[in-house]
Structures are given as structure tokens and as C-alpha cells.
Write a protein that binds this ligand. Structure first.
Ligand code: HEM
Length: 258
């Protein structure tokens, strides 16, 4: 038998393994920061990639899903928000909210800057990935994400058509600097809500022997954990949710071989 054959086979298997590994863990590098709504039905994760913000949105619903950015909140949180909306079929995702009126940027003769990268509709859940520039290419109807913003969010449980979301809406209490990497973040892979007010977290194992801590905070800028956990070697944990209604979450690698 030719001695090169096993080598070729080994190289192919190794390449396939590495490809699979990268696919599995792409999320955690791309979307290291997370916002979770009070009821856990909506999760936004994001990361900065050069001059682009990459975001992943997940909602417990099968209708449209959206996220928005605004520099100020006076009264109604959706007013004056630069919003991205997805429903699996629309191609123009960039919207501007004027009061409760929401129109695509083209209505104001602007460009659509939010680009859908992936859309997945499951039986009871919708997942979308998109990216958009940090900068505001249409001033007045685009928010510059290099300035601190509030995150506003909404989704519809069943309707693809952009109609009132009902109670499935909200905003972050804290301003977020989307352009910054933020505190050391997350090796988080999955984030699933469980009975008894707990959440199952799974993350990637870093360097061999890396220990992790899990914290919840109510402030992304001034990171002050609400809860801290003993550092651990495992790559998953079921942890109680904090009593606070809205929070940010991080799983932080502490040190290898602690
Ligand atoms: C045709 C589409 C929409 C209509 C008719 C609409 C209508 C409304 C109305 C009437 C309210 C006030 C009542 C309430 O609080 O529910 C509201 C609030 C709100 N909407 Fe919308 N909306 C639309 C789309 C969106 C989208 C796409 C987003 C974000 C992605 C959004 C985010 C919000 C937020 C954050 C609030 C206020 C909640 C808070 O203060 O935290 N809305 N909307």
C-alpha cells in the first residue's frame, strides 16, 4: 500500500475535524456580548468586527423580529430608533421609527444598511444573524453606534407582517457602547432557559485547564456582578437567574491551571 494514502486520509480527517470545530464555535467568537429580556423570550448577542457590528437575534416566536438603537429615550423607547427588522422574506431591513410609525430608510430616500446573513425559523423560535456599519451613513435616520446607545427590541409571536408587537418589546436600561469590545467576554455557546428560574449555560473550553466564572450584571459599562460563581473547570452549568429583571451575562475565562 502506498505510504502517502494514510497521510492523505489523516490530513483529510483533520481538515474535516477543524472545519466542524470552527463551524460549531464560530458564534462565540462572533457574538461575545449578550442582552436577555426579562422573560428570556428575546436574546440579542453581538460583537464588533472592524467597522461592522455583527448581531444575532433569537426570539420565542415565529413572526417578525427586530432590534433598534437610539441615543436617548424620552417616553416611548421606539421613537427615534434606528431599527433592523427581519421576517425571512423582506429584503430591506433598515427602518426608522418616528413615534410609533416605522418606515424603511428608502421612505426617507436613505439606504438599507443592515444586511441579513442568516435566518432560521424553527417551530417556536426564530434566529437571525445580520451585520451593519457602526457608522451612520444616512444621518438623521441612522444612529452612529460608536456613541453610547440604548438597545430597543421587539418581535411578533406569530405575524410576519410588521404590526404591533403587543407586550413583546422593551429596551435596555443602560446605554451600551456597541463599538467597544466591553469587558472580557464570553465563551458562551448556548443559553437556554430552564424550569425553576434557572438557565443552562454552555461554553467552549479554552486552553486546557482554563477556569471560568459566571457573572450577571445590570450595567455593561460599569461591570459590577450581581452574582458571582466559584471558578470552575466545566464547560456547562445550570445557574439561578438573578432577581433583577434585566441583566447582562458573561462567562469569563479566569486562568489556565489555576
Ligand atoms: C408596525 C410596527 C410597530 C408598531 C405599530 C408599534 C407600535 C407601538 C406602540 C403602540 C407602542 C406603545 C405601546 C407599547 O408599549 O406596546 C410601542 C412601544 C414600543 N415599541 Fe413598537 N411598534 C412597532 C414596531 C416596533 C419595532 C420594530 C420595535 C423594535 C425593534 C419596537 C419597539 C418598541 C419599544 C421598545 C417600545 C416601548 C417599550 C419600552 O418603553 O421599553 N416597535 N410600539
Amino acid at each position: 500500500m502506498s505510504p502517502t494514502l494514510p497521510l492523505l486520509l489523516r490530513t483529510t480527517l483533520l481538515t474535516m475535524f477543524l472545519l466542524g470545530w470552527n463551524l460549531l464555535h464560530a458564534d462565540l467568537y462572533r457574538y461575545p456580548q449578550t442582552f436577555v429580556s426579562d422573560d428570556g423570550k428575546y436574546i440579542a448577542s453581538w460583537g464588533v468586527d472592524g467597522d461592522v457590528l455583527r448581531m444575532k437575534l433569537e426570539a420565542q416566536g415565529t413572526g417578525w423580529i427586530g432590534v433598534g438603537f437610539t441615543n436617548f429615550i424620552v417616553g416611548n423607547a421606539m421613537d427615534a430608533s434606528d431599527i433592523a427588522v427581519f421576517n425571512g422574506t423582506i429584503t430591506e431591513h433598515d427602518y426608522w421609527a418616528n413615534g410609533f410609525q416605522i418606515d424603511p430608510d428608502s421612505f426617507y430616500a436613505g439606504d438599507s444598511n443592515s444586511v441579513q446573513d442568516a435566518f432560521r425559523a424553527e417551530a417556536t423560535k426564530t434566529v437571525v444573524e445580520f451585520h451593519r456599519p457602526l457608522t451612520a451613513s444616512d444621518p438623521g435616520i441612522d444612529v452612529d453606534l460608536r456613541s453610547p446607545c440604548y438597545l430597543v427590541w421587539a418581535f411578533h409571536e406569530t405575524e410576519d407582517e410588521l404590526t404591533w408587537h403587543g407586550m413583546n418589546r422593551g429596551h435596555s436600561h443602560m446605554m451600551i457602547d456597541f463599538s467597544a469590545a466591553g469587558p472580557v467576554f464570553l465563551d458562551l455557546v448556548t443559553h437556554q432557559f430552564q424550569p425553576n428560574n434557572t438557565v443552562l449555560l454552555e461554553w467552549q473550553s479554552g486552553a486546557p485547564g482554563t477556569h471560568y466564572t459566571i457573572d450577571f450584571s445590570d450595567d455593561l459599562e460599569d461591570w459590577n456582578p450581581l452574582t458571582g460563581f466559584e471558578s470552575m473547570l466545566a464547560t456547562s452549568a445550570v445557574v439561578p437567574l438573578p432577581e433583577e429583571n434585566r441583566y447582562f451575562l458573561r462567562v469569563r475565562p479566569v486562568a489556565p491551571d489555576l
